[in-house]
Structure formats: structure tokens, C-alpha cells
Design a protein around this ligand. Sequence first.
Ligand code: ZN
Length: 187
Amino acid sequence: MNRREFLCLGAACLLGVADGQKIVEASYYEPMIYKRFFQFTEYEERPVTDALVIHHTGFPDVDKDSTAAAIHKFHQEERKWAGIGYHYLIRKDGMIEQGRRPRAIGAHALGHNKHSLGICLAGNFEIGKPTEAQMDSVKELCRWLCKKYGLDPMEKGVIVGHRDLNDTLCPGKNLYRRLGEIRRFCV
Ligand SMILES: [Zn+2]
């Protein structure tokens, strides 16, 4: 081995280690979540967390972006809930906004709010498709939440679509069929 080959080999090894560490550490990092500090009319802590429920906003006949602030206003004023029902909203550009406080009981899946987190992607995925930026964000978020709460993403009932729990089309066929991809990413 000449000196040049030795140096290349050394650099490759170093890169490999650095890359490996980065990947391992990254899976434990909280993704960038934009905190919104909404005011809620009630707050009750969730006793357990054993499921992540995936939703779409599902406005009728239109696949459009929404803000957490707009959903908060809608859920509070129209639905008369404590505030936004979802814990996280993922915008079309991939931005993750915090909705309800992470430890609070949400309002997103009837009969399952006391043990689950609600993650909503902006859009109507019966009509449109989630953007790749949204898919990247939902994968990162679910992977981090599985680590945080000690959940096995491949276990039945851990990462589910809203329609697995209630009589609804949510999160739309074009997102529902990609739930397996999300689960595998989280492993
Ligand atoms: Zn839903």
C-alpha cells in the first residue's frame, strides 16, 4: 500500500464512522417542531401513549394546505373543542407545527384519544397525494415519537390510520397506502 492509498482508506474509515454516528444519533433527535403556544379552554393529561394516529385535514373537494392556527380556530369556534384536536400538523412544505400540547388528551379519534397522539397532514388524500416533504416529516416525527414513548412501530395498532379506528375515509387512500413505508422507516 502506498501512502496515497493509505490516506484514502483512512479517510473512508473516518467518513464511515462519522456517518454511522450521525445516523444513530439522528434517530433519537427531535425533528424541528414549530411550537405555537395556542390557548386551550381545557387541559387534561393523557395517561398512556401507545399509538400514533395518522390523519389528513380532508377539506371536502380540495387538496389544500392549512395552518395549525386556522385549524385551532376552527376546532375551537366551530366544533367547540378545547382547541386544535391534533398534536401535530404537517404542512405541504413539510413544516411540522405543534398543535395540542404533547402530553394533553387530543380530540382526533373517537374512543382512542386517551392513549394516542394525533398527527395530521394538510391535504385531502382521497383527491391529492401527500408531498414528499410531508412524507419525510411524518417519517422523522413518527420515528422520534416511537423512540420517545418506547413503541415498536411494526406492532399492530401502533402506527395506524384514523380509518382503522373510526368510520371515516381519513387519512385518505393516497396516504393510507403509504403507512407501511412510514412504519418501516421507524424501525
Ligand atoms: Zn382523521
